[in-house]
Design a binder for this molecule. Sequence first.
Ligand code: ADP
Length: 321
Amino acid sequence: MTLSGVARVAFVGSRRIFASHLPSMQSYTPAFSRQMSVGMKSVTDRLRDSGLLRTQGLIGGKWIDAYDGKTLEVHNPATGEVIANVSCMGGKETKDAISSAFDAFNSWSKLTAAERSKGLRKWYDLLMAHKEELGQLITLEQGKPLKEAVGEVDYGAKFIEFYAEEAKRVYGEIIPATLPDRRLFVLKQPVGVAGAITPWNFPLAMITRKVGPALACGCTVVVKPSEFTPLTALAAAELALQAGIPPGVVNVVMGNAPDIGDALLTSPQVRKITFTGSTAVGKKLMAGAAGTVKKVSLELGGNAPCIVFDDADLNVAVNGA
Ligand code: ADP
């Protein structure tokens, strides 16, 4: 997938917003950093103690097992060890998560942006307060060097902070009328429940980048993290609850990706799909979203061009590539 550019995301109707003000990828981490070892047992113990090692899905503010009791192993890619067994959910759990998000939308969308911003700010503070543990968790399940993982927490948390502020400034527009007895204006409103499907390579930042603007605008979400890296998503959701984000505003389901995807796509209550991942899956989601005419924001790819000019320093170019 392509992560070189900023994502264009819009969770309000009628216009794209925020596209040029996003925190920059460049600000968070050097391209190369020394791998530091993360002792699995001590990290999982610490996370368990602070309540951040969650293994169930989150539906309507409650931690829930898969209805058929199925679980899915999450591995440390560096060693192959099993870190945890998480609930392996599917269509039924997703439908319930959508219902919870739909119910929560009623009240969440009616708050002012300033009121929503308070909860989001607390969430940001908690993410930052647990930066080291979350970084260790990212390294454990995703495999990136610890320095980069901690950098991702910094970078990812900033989306929450940024949108909490920015959503206070979602202005409408007054348009010169074409008839003397008409008044034309644009009102921006939250679109409704958003389904957010995220990849494995940025287990926290891809979630905050989608959930931050959605919540700030008044939408509620059903998040489906990658099955390779659900633990970071669940820890982030736990911190959202601790921050006082109301039950049902953030829901997390993971497990059978096509079944969860189908439930999100076919539900008339889901009004938006936001996805980062492969082009092949993106195409399926776009086609599936057409049935209920959902808005879609897709960040697809894996085709980041790199042009090396004649006069380039080849060593620098190779490192950069
Ligand atoms: P990558 O392997 O580059 O991360 P994928 O597109 O395979 O990209 O995966 C990105 C996300 O899409 C993951 O959360 C994955 O589980 C999810 N996914 C894969 N197939 C489907 C599907 N049919 N419906 C919904 N989500 C899917």
